[in-house]
Design a protein around this ligand. Structure first.
Ligand SMILES: NC(=O)c1ccc[n+]([C@@H]2O[C@H](COP(=O)([O-])OP(=O)(O)OC[C@H]3O[C@@H](n4cnc5c(N)ncnc54)[C@H](OP(=O)(O)O)[C@@H]3O)[C@@H](O)[C@H]2O)c1
Length: 293
């Protein structure tokens, strides 16, 4: 039996869809959810629900009982994630899970010096706990979802004709979340991946200058790129009413990119998928040619 956590979220849901597409009977798939009311679509697909919360250890031990393979989708509560993830790994071990697949983080700098340490720390701790647990494990080091690039660009990027981010000339390798989920389903349905760590990234990395060029070509409008200092960026966004939490997150990713920390490319994902991943240009065309109609 395969249990998928985060099953009401994008990554978990997509992975379950790919498992079913690959011929795994929905009766062999179990979804961990916090709130049953958010999981009607899973029930309709014949996937059984188990209720559990990363904050509640005993709920996890109960939910994981009888599970052979567990896809542990990392939690979204960055502040409390260390304790939550420790709960998940320990509960899986106690419940007798044989193989745990974990969605981790990909970045060049895995030290507290990184602007992304607040995101990376709990992922790196979880990798360590998993390796020490004695369970079979597979670690998926997920790069930034390509799906998030439009969020970084801002909803008025075409109207403003401007990309404004403190990312300098730094590059980022990104992949669509759905393609990572597909490769994850491939891993969950094979016994060849125990003890492996995969870098889920693309074969090419790009700068925001290149994004601006793609958008100009796709939309026919001139899109420029300006890279302010992190302080100027924070000041401007604050003046525009953007909440501090978002400014901090955008700035951390952009500054890490400027430092070269996100210029991570590789072929693991393409090998697992058996094809090239969707290019940035194709993705931007899908998103922005609609906006120009
Ligand atoms: N690589 C990237 O670019 C990137 C970007 C953002 C996030 N991430 C990480 O990747 C994960 C998956 O991404 P996603 O897009 O699928 O995120 P998502 O749509 O926000 O889904 C997160 C899932 O985690 C569940 N969850 C959160 N806290 C939980 C808890 N305490 N106990 C049990 N379940 C909990 C949520 O349940 P509810 O539906 O009940 O809230 C939801 O099902 C994120 O959670 C985050 O760790 C990666």
């Amino acid at each position: 039996m395969i249990l998928v956590t985060g099953a009401t979220g994008n990554f978990g849901k997509s992975t379950i869809d790919f498992l079913i597409k690959k011929g795994i009977s929905s009766t062999n798939i179990v979804a961990l959810v916090r709130d049953e009311a958010k999981a009607a679509d899973l029930t309709n697909k014949g996937v059984a629900l188990r209720i559990g919360d990363y904050d509640n250890y005993s709920s996890l031990v109960n939910a994981f009982t009888g599970v052979e393979k567990l896809l542990f989708v990392s939690g979204s509560d960055i502040v409390n994630r260390n304790a939550q993830h420790q709960n998940v790994v320990s509960a899986a071990k106690e419940a007798g899970v044989k193989h745990l697949v974990y969605t981790s983080f990909l970045g060049k700098d895995e030290t507290p010096a990184s602007p992304l340490w607040m995101v990376a720390e709990s992922h790196l701790n979880t990798e360590k706990w998993l390796k020490e647990s004695g369970m079979n494990y597979t670690i998926l080091k997920n790069t930034l979802y390509m799906d998030f690039i439009p969020v970084f660009l801002g909803e008025n990027v075409l109207e403003n004709g401007l990309i404004y981010l403190p990312a300098g000339n730094g590059k980022v390798g990104t992949v669509l979340r759905v393609e990572m989920a597909e490769a994850t389903a491939n891993i969950l349905t094979s016994d060849q991946h125990s003890g492996k760590t995969y870098r889920f990234t693309s074969h090419e990395a790009f700068s925001y200058q290149e994004v601006a060029q793609h958008l100009t070509e796709i939309t026919g409008r001139t899109i420029n790129y300006i890279s302010p200092t992190a302080d100027e960026f924070a000041k401007t966004l604050t003046e525009h009413g953007v909440p501090a939490e978002f400014i901090g997150l955008f700035s951390s990713f952009a500054v890490a990119q400027a430092n070269g920390e996100l210029e991570m490319v590789g072929s693991d994902l393409e090998q697992l998928l058996g094809r090239k991943t969707t290019s940035l240009h194709t993705f931007l065309k899908q998103v922005y040619s609609l906006s120009t109609k």
